[in-house]
Design a protein around this ligand. Structure first.
Ligand SMILES: [Zn+2]
Length: 397
């Protein structure tokens, strides 16, 4: 099991008995979820999949004999618009907005903070919250019911690093660290990844926090769609003397491309199967493609590429969408649109963030641009509207 995971309730997979055919199951595994390898721990037979629950126990998933005899899916989300109109094209859609990271006083600890000279620092977690607030307003006007998974700076989990010391020790041990360090000196300490307090902090802001957000999404909000908002960053050439670069790009992530090693964890395998079987991908891909298109038009950004990483696979036709197994897009059971737009430590984006919120447009390198938060929120809203207009048009026919 991965750190802080609860033991999976494998009986939950019973709701998916006979809801998927053999061919559909194999194609989702091969093309989306486990494209790297023969999915270990899962043996596909003509009439069932034999799934290892752990080293000794197995779960049998029976396939539907053909697509006409598939049993209906039970899931908390459904992408069904309720009487959409021209000015309320998202009517009936429940959307959760998840502003990435914590921001505020936590930005330094979560290593989502940087400063150039004496200029105001850049904190991703505060920028994503600004975009979420603007986007929420736009989507409500368009008829959607919108909730923010995090609505202020700071964590939603009540756990704190000081309560994660023993888990941090165990996690370091799992990573093969034999002599963990009792302290570290800061974000530039080259040995920090071997220190217990650093690992406890990482478990807090990266794992406990996302697990709590997943609980809010799946148990409380139960949205039809979750949108994770992020800004990207490129590694510094020299972290001790950060200088801005020129690389700037955009990509979106859908859940998939699990590596053999990741599927070896019982909890990861279980949540992967929930996502595969509830058919989140059928929604994640076309909505991501539509939002990628509108963001590309608005920002002019080229697609980011993971090149030949074993943990990422390009999907769709736009070139902007990749499948990757992230904790958030795995644990949130509904379709997740995960956006990585703009490189914060590029010269252009840095200047736009320093410019802050302004009305209208301003000249950046010869291009007239809305303020970066408005540009981001407007483009996401446009991509959603375009996608769902086509949906309701085809539904009417
Ligand atoms: Zn981020």
């Amino acid at each position: 099991m991965t750190p802080l995971a609860l033991p999976p309730d494998w009986n939950r997979l019973d709701q998916f008995q006979e809801t998927i055919t053999h061919d559909e199951f194999v194609s989702l595994l091969d093309l989306v979820y486990a494209p790297e390898s023969e999915a270990p721990w899962i043996t596909v037979e003509p009439e069932q999949a034999v799934i290892q629950k752990n080293a000794t126990d197995r779960f049998l998933l029976r396939f539907a004999p053909d697509i006409h005899s598939r049993k209906p899916l039970t899931r908390y989300w459904s992408i069904n618009l309720v009487n959409p109109t021209a000015d309320k094209p998202l009517c009936g859609l429940r959307i959760a907005l998840d502003p990435g990271h914590l921001g505020g006083a936590w930005a330094k600890m979560e290593e989502r903070w940087f400063q150039i000279g004496a200029l105001p620092p850049i904190t991703e977690g505060d920028m994503t919250l600004r975009v979420a607030r603007l986007l929420a307003r736009r989507l409500r006007v368009l008829g959607a019911k919108v909730d923010l998974v995090r609505s202020k700076p700071g964590p939603v989990t009540s756990l704190r690093p000081n309560r994660l010391q023993s888990q941090a020790q165990a996690s370091l041990q799992n990573r093969g660290v034999t002599q963990p360090l009792p302290t570290y000196s800061g974000p530039t300490d080259p040995n920090r990844e071997r220190a217990i307090p650093w690992e406890a902090e990482r478990l807090f802001y990266r794992v406990a926090e996302i697990r709590e957000r997943a609980r809010i999404v799946n148990d409380k909000l139960k949205p039809d769609l979750t949108i994770c908002l992020h800004f990207n960053a490129e590694p510094w050439d020299d972290p001790l003397h950060p200088t801005l670069g020129t690389k700037n790009h955009l990509h979106l992530l859908v859940n998939g491309a699990y590596s053999k090693m990741e599927l070896g964890y019982d909890d990861v395998r279980f949540t992967m199967l929930i996502k595969l079987l509830n058919r989140a991908y059928d929604e994640e891909l076309p909505i991501s493609e539509s939002v990628a298109q509108s963001l590309a038009e608005a920002t002019g950004l080229p697609p980011y590429s993971y090149y030949s990483s074993p943990n990422a696979k390009q999907v769709g036709k736009t070139g902007y969408v990749w499948a990757r197994n992230l904790l958030a897009n795995r644990l949130y059971e509904c379709p997740v649109i995960y956006i990585e737009s703009y490189v914060m430590n590029s010269k252009e984006v840095f200047a736009r963030v320093q410019a802050g919120a302004y009305d209208g447009v301003r000249d950046f390198g010869g291009v007239m641009r809305k303020n970066i938060y408005v540009e981001y929120a407007d483009a996401v809203a446009t991509g959603l509207v375009r996608h769902f207009r086509v949906q309701s048009y085809t539904m009417e026919r």
